[in-house]
Design a protein around this ligand. Structure first.
Ligand code: HEM
Length: 491
């Protein structure tokens, strides 16, 4: 039965319908933003393949900024919307706060597009201090203002949304139960779903990341308003990466939580809250806030202990969440009466993509290897793996699950096979070109490679062929899913 279930004591019919329509609006927004950002990614790889020789390189950097932030924002809000929807099974997230977040996200995305596409604001997605203030005439001051205005709006509405989902969880489960501490002390699960544990961990960490983001914006504002004042560059970098690392990691965790909740329905078996699961996700909560230190290996002014922490914590972080989820996922589907649909395949492939990208990330977080791979294309290679072939697949799976659930329209097997094959071949082909170039020392964030880096151009030319397959796969997916979502929305 589609969520929220009307008449179950939590929801009335009108409210349930409003929440479904809101979630469909979120999924529509997610699919629209994803398609747009995907085309911008295609543009960048074409640029690196020398397809636009006469175009100013500033365009590449403006698009890089919009694509990076746009993608991170898209999957964060997609994960939040899916989590909010699934939480309606157990509690009452606020419809109005989710609507506020939707409006804020749309306005924020518009402001980001204006700053980058009209103002050519091109600092990259993490706007590293003090670059936004030193445009060398490339972007005007209004673009900087527009960019920070967008971030202030986005961070504000997202913080309210995160706190509301935590409130909704707390109204049904005491915190120690939501975090599975009762299971750790040997008691039964008391009906706490494993999805709630993952959501609680993600939201608590998300609140910490967004708080750091707000402090960061405050410091930027002080420097802007008080002439002669400048911030401490190392503090700004720590805050930026603390925020950026957490927001990208919890987006993945939100996707994984969705899989914990929905994959069992296809496997015909529960994914229970076990001691191993509770142990793993509590460890994640402890470590995810420390692992950001691996972004600062090249900051030699930083105390050595932080660099060591970055490496050790990155190793320990990958083991509990990924290993427990991946083995748990494999055990769930092994010899199960599995119902393989587009959604369940996307969930399963998403878990596997997360694992593969995780290996690339652990390699990069090893200091001895990072000194070779730092700021090469290896970096976008690994994070595109666990994003594009990980959380993106999980959340596309969620949108499709929702669309089929609400319309009852069965899916066409031929379409399913075509979408999955094109996504897998296109996705891993595109990623391999990034990994290969990274292993051959091609630096990241280069609009046009000089002659000495001709291997970068060759890799980009291979990549554009595979990206074309992804574009076709996404077009087919939209035909199957967005159409159903629209039908359910207007019904
Ligand atoms: C097929 C889909 C995609 C394509 C073709 C694509 C392409 C690209 C390219 C060419 C770059 C620049 C790499 C460089 O030279 O440094 C890039 C950067 C980036 N992409 Fe994607 N991408 C895709 C999907 C995604 C997804 C799903 C995400 C999700 C978060 C994402 C997030 C980012 C980020 C954060 C950056 C770094 C921006 C920066 O350095 O400031 N991309 N992408």
């Amino acid at each position: 039965m589609p969520l929220p279930v009307a008449g179950d004591g939590l929801w009335q019919e009108g409210e349930a319908r409003a929440f479904r329509r809101l979630t469909l609006a979120w999924m529509g927004t997610m699919m629209f933003l994803f398609s747009t950002m995907l085309l911008l990614g295609y543009f960048m790889r074409l640029f690196q393949a020398n397809a636009f020789r006469t175009m100013r390189p500033e365009w590449f950097y403006a698009v890089l900024t919009l694509h990076g932030l746009g993608m991170v924002a898209t999957w964060f809000v997609g994960g939040m919307a899916a989590t909010g929807y699934l939480l309606t099974r157990y509690s009452r997230p606020s419809i109005w706060i989710s609507r506020l977040a939707l409006a804020g996200t749309l306005v924020g995305a518009g402001l980001l597009a204006a700053a980058t596409l009209f103002g050519l604001f091109g600092t990259g997605w993490y706007f590293l201090y003090p670059l936004p203030f030193y445009s060398s005439g490339v972007w005007p001051p209004w673009a900087t203002g527009c960019f920070f205005g967008a971030l202030a709006l986005l961070f504000s509405v997202w913080t309210i949304w995160v706190l509301d989902l935590l409130r909704a969880i707390a109204s049904r489960f005491p915190l120690r139960q939501a975090l599975g501490w009762h299971v750790l002390s040997g008691r039964p699960s008391l009906g706490v779903p494993s999805f709630v544990l993952v959501a609680t961990v993600s939201l608590i960490a998300g609140a910490a990341g967004l708080a750091a983001g707000m402090v960061l914006l405050g410091l930027w504002a002080v420097e802007w308003l008080r002439s002669g004042y400048s911030n401490d560059a190392l503090l700004m970098k720590n805050l930026t990466f603390f925020f950026g690392h957490i927001i990208t990691n919890i987006t993945m965790y939100l996707g994984v939580g969705v899989v914990y909740e929905l994959l069992p329905g296809y496997a015909g078996r529960p994914w229970k809250l076990s001691k191993a699961l509770a142990w793993a996700w509590n460890t994640v909560l402890l470590l995810v806030v420390l692992a950001y230190a691996h972004h600062l290996y090249m900051d030699f002014a930083q105390p050595r202990v932080l660099q060591d922490t970055g490496q050790i914590v990155s190793y320990f972080l990958s083991v509990p969440a990924a290993v427990v989820s991946i083995f748990g996922g494999l055990a769930l589907v092994y010899a199960a009466p599995m119902r393989w649909t587009l959604a369940s395949w996307l969930f399963f492939l998403g878990l596997m993509g997360w694992a593969i990208g995780g290996v690339g990330a652990v390699i990069d977080s090893t200091v001895a290897l990072n000194s070779r791979f730092h700021n090469t294309l290896w970096v976008p290679a690994h994070f595109h793996t666990y994003y594009l072939m990980g959380v993106v697949l999980m959340l596309l799976g969620f949108a499709h699950h929702l669309a089929v659930d609400l319309t009852g329209e069965p899916e066409r097997p031929a379409m399913r096979h075509a979408i999955l094959a094109l996504l897998a071949i296109g996705g891993y082909g595109f990623l391999l070109a990034f990994y290969w170039a990274g292993a051959h020392s091609v630096p990241r964030r280069f609009a046009a490679y000089p002659r000495e880096l001709s291997q970068g151009v060759a890799a980009a030319r291979v990549a554009v062929v595979f990206i074309a397959l992804i574009v076709i796969a996404v077009a087919l997916y939209l035909w199957e899913t967005a159409r159903r979502c629209w039908r359910a929305f207007s019904a």
